[in-house]
Design a protein around this ligand. Structure first.
Ligand code: FNR
Length: 404
């Protein structure tokens, strides 16, 4: 398939990509997105969430169906989405007894920045659809929890708006405008606003049946703001929705190659991370090009379906990279024990996507904070049980070998 066709496909896929749904039945979707579920469909709700699954239920009850589905579903048959969770569940922890650990220190550093726990917020698009304060609420929650916010370039607030409400550490996730002048200015704004690194997400191929079925789409005003926030000043609310969509569809570079990093390095001194790595040869290439970090990720099962769980690919990538770059992972983290397993297999820290998007949908800033605190408490318990007094104590000996 040629690249233009591929780009068109992506455009139709809705997405965490900057290209949101080009829906034919525009008039239906706005209605569907605001419809509430009927009482028969309602499930009993937890009065106070005790885990991430409870928060998910609260978000499901509160959000319009199409929005909840946009967050929660994965591509095609959701094999990868399920596998991200199942792979963690298959992995067994075998902690030692009587280690005398009672108060582990969960803090760690990521690219030299201290954070209070090895759990960060992954870049997540369209956050103003989940709560009116959107990414501003998530940014405040990350700061007050002492962790890092990975800011999606489609988050629905500008680089500066987010920096204004939060002094906490932030990495900016870049989707790359085709117009390199716009791209360069955007990177310069990211630097000026005090972000500590740039994440380049390159894993394309989102194909979510639920979003097509629901005709999920970003409201025009949000899409216009997103394009203006990026630096496309020629886009305005005076344009028709069709024109905005057409502009959006051609605005982004979806055919990047490794050379892009040479260009990026030539315009910024910020550390650069590559997100979406699953193969060790890609990890090797990234490191040999001097990238500072790698995020092992399959985009939370939202990319090409049938890819393996991120956690299953982590060990060989960690082995390939060694200490030449920092390694993070995301995909399927729902429990503190999942974090422990990822650290044991070589991740410096993990990122969460859906868990905090559900928190945001359920209760704004407080909901995001709740999710982080639930996972913090679970990780603390796992570290005590595992006899780890600090994050760097977590190692493979805590896991039952794969053959058992
Ligand atoms: C994402 N993800 C994502 N990634 C990215 O680099 N840029 C983006 O704009 C988005 N947008 C986005 C929207 C939504 C609703 C979700 C759920 C995810 C992927 C995200 O950063 C991360 O890789 C996964 O979410 C991790 O998997 P879990 O934690 O959701 O299982």
């Amino acid at each position: 398939m040629d690249r233009r066709k591929f780009a068109q496909l992506l455009t139709c896929g809705g997405a965490s990509l900057p290209m949101f749904q080009v829906a034919a039945a525009e008039q239906n979707s706005a209605k569907e997105q605001t419809e509430k579920k009927s009482p028969q469909q309602a499930k009993p709700l937890p009065s106070e969430p005790v885990n991430v699954s409870d928060v998910r239920l609260l978000a499901e009850a509160k959000l319009p169906k199409a929005t909840y589905d946009y967050i929660s579903t994965g591509s095609a048959d959701e094999i990868t989405l399920r596998e991200n969770i199942a792979a963690f569940q298959r992995m067994k922890v075998l902690p030692p007894l009587l280690t005398g650990v009672s108060e582990p220190d969960l803090s760690t550093t990521v690219l030299g920045q201290k954070i209070s726990l090895p759990i960060m917020l992954a870049p997540v698009a369209a956050q103003r659809m989940y709560h009116r304060e959107g990414a501003l609420a998530a940014a405040r929650a990350a700061e007050s929890a002492g962790t890092l916010f990975g800011v999606s370039s489609s988050a629905s607030n500008s680089v500066e708006e987010i920096a204004q409400v939060s002094k906490g550490p932030k990495w900016y996730q870049l989707y790359v405008p085709k117009d390199r002048t716009v791209a360069k200015k955007l990177v310069q704004r990211v630097e000026r606003a005090g972000y500590q690194a740039i994440i380049v997400t390159v894993d394309l191929g989102e194909w979510k049946d639920a979003d097509r079925r629901n005709r999920f789409m970003l409201p025009k005003e949000m899409l216009v703001k997103h394009l203006q926030d990026t630096g496309f000043q020629q886009v305005s609310n005076k344009m028709s929705y069709e024109d905005v969509i057409a502009f959006n569809a051609q605005a982004w570079d979806v055919s990047l190659s490794w050379d892009f990093f040479k260009w990026l390095r030539s315009i910024t001194d910020l550390p650069v991370l590559l997100k979406g790595v699953l193969r060790k040869d890609d990890a090797e290439k990234a490191v040999s090009m001097g990238l500072d970090g790698i995020i092992v990720s399959n985009h939370g099962g939202r990319r090409l379906d049938g890819m393996p769980a991120s956690i299953d690919m982590l060990p060989e990538i960690a082995e390939t990279v060694g200490d030449r770059a920092e390694i993070y992972m995301d995909g399927g983290i729902r429990r503190g024990t999942d974090v422990l397993k990822a650290l044991a297999l070589g991740a410096k820290a993990v990122l969460i996507g859906r868990p905090y998007a559900w928190g945001l949908g359920a209760d704004g800033e407080a909901g995001v904070r709740k999710v982080i605190e639930l996972l913090r408490a679970e990780l603390l318990n796992a570290m005590i049980a595992g006899g780890c007094s600090k994050v760097s104590d977590v190692n493979r000996s805590l896991l039952l070998s794969e053959s058992r």
